[in-house]
Design a binder for this molecule. Structure first.
Ligand code: NAD
Ligand code: DAU
Length: 353
């Protein structure tokens, strides 16, 4: 670690999908930061995601679990952080339906552990900032019309979104009660390189490669707003530096797609990539039992972050999907590893602990 560097930031969940893009962005664009990446390396965390930057002089990885109160307190007592960017979480809605307690532990208890440990940091450094990375799912579901604004009431429907809503509330409560400086952002669906193939886009890319069915939940008429992960990482860096303390920022792709339309698009792109006859992948589409409590539609009003911080998505969906598909083709080993029987068995046992 370079001792002349001026600031230390802690990024939690930096080995995961979004976290790895945030870590890379901070390491490469902010050489005046020492970046500490704290991650438990669950099934979703993978140090391969950061292979290209792992030897950077301003980077350090620490394997650790945010649910372990003693560990977190001791870890924080040994460091002085100027800011915490908190991404570590259980992030998959379907898993939250079968195992809500894991989401309570990591997303709520883990966040409160970090908040408690941050109070001491704030006492020693009035410029300390706690930044919580959250989701638009806390707002519940939209009908056919309307957009989520920062002022939309919380109305979570899944155990995942309830746990994220709870952690947002704790962050805000620590701001009110203990005056802990904080900022929160609530983002729509991300896609891009390094996403674990359980979420719609990477799952369907992998299944098409493997000639496996594409399980579309219900009638497929559910809508999501998709944002390229690197645009999210850019927004996070901007909010960390320029966001107003105590505020919330909504981040979205301005890019709504019904699941079934997105599935057809992916099938066409994959047929082209695999040099298969157009229509081959569509035959894999299979309508399956719906997700319980399935939110109909998410869509973000991102005018606040645009107006106040000048952010808007820069990558078109066409470019982003092409780059994503290319990434999964160029990283077959990564994909084969995280979908291998051994990998899944190992984490299934941990998950059921
Ligand atoms: P992910 O599942 O890919 O990564 C989560 C990371 O957290 C993994 O590296 C995992 O090892 C780590 N982690 C899990 N439990 C931990 C624990 N107890 N202690 C330490 N580390 C732990 O998630 P993601 O999709 O990258 O999401 C990151 C954050 O962004 C989450 O807070 C999520 O709620 C939020 N978010 C995600 C999306 C999205 O579309 N993926 C959109 C909006 C917000
Ligand atoms: O909106 C932000 C959220 O987006 C994040 O907070 C979550 O961490 C992230 O997982 C994501 O949640 P979703 O539930 O929207 O994402 P997922 O990729 O699981 O599903 C997207 C849509 O596709 C949703 O309507 C369910 C549907 N779906 C999903 C899967 C995995 C299917 O139809 N079939 C599937 O196999």
């Amino acid at each position: 670690m370079d001792k002349n560097i001026q600031k230390n930031i802690l990024i939690t969940g930096g080995a995961g999908f979004i976290g790895s893009h945030v870590v890379r962005r901070f390491i490469t664009l902010n050489s005046n930061y020492n970046v500490f990446n704290l991650d438990a390396l669950t099934y979703a965390g993978n140090l391969e995601n950061l292979k290209d930057v792992e030897r950077a002089p301003n980077y350090e990885f620490i394997k650790g679990d945010i649910t372990k109160t003693d560990f977190i307190n001791e870890f924080f007592s040994k460091h002085s952080f100027d800011g915490v960017i908190h991404l570590a979480a259980e992030s998959h809605v379907d898993r939250s339906i079968t195992d809500p307690l894991s989401f309570v532990r990591t997303n709520i208890l883990g966040t409160v552990n970090l908040l408690n440990a941050s109070l001491q940091q704030f006492e020693n450094n009035p410029n300390f900032l706690f930044y919580h990375i959250s989701t638009d799912e806390v707002y519940g579901s939209l009908g056919e019309k309307g957009l989520f604004k920062e002022t939309t009431s919380y109305d979570p429907n899944s155990p995942y979104s309830a746990s994220k809503a709870s952690s947002d509330h704790f962050v805000r409560a620590y701001g009110e009660t203990y005056k802990l400086p904080f900022v929160i952002s609530n983002c729509s669906n991300n896609y891009g390189p390094n996403q674990f193939p359980e979420k719609l886009i990477p799952l369907f890319i992998n299944n098409i490669i493997q000639n496996k069915p594409l399980p579309v939940y219900g009638d497929g008429n559910y809508t999501r707003d998709w944002l390229y992960v690197k645009d999210h990482a850019k927004a996070i860096e901007l909010i960390f530096h320029k966001g107003k303390k105590g505020e919330t920022y909504n981040i979205g792709g301005l890019n709504e797609w019904k699941n079934i339309d997105l599935t057809h698009l992916l099938c066409r792109l994959m047929d082209k990539k695999l040099k298969r006859t157009l229509g081959t992948s569509e035959k894999l589409i299979s309508f399956v039992k719906d997700r319980p409590g399935h939110d109909l539609r998410y869509a973000i009003d991102a005018s606040k972050i645009k107006k106040e911080l000048g952010w808007k998505p820069s990558v078109t969906f066409e470019e982003g999907l092409e780059q994503t598909i290319d990434w999964y083709f160029d990283n077959k080993e990564w994909l084969d590893n995280v979908t291998s029987k051994d990998y899944l068995e190992y984490y299934k046992n941990q998950y059921q602990e």
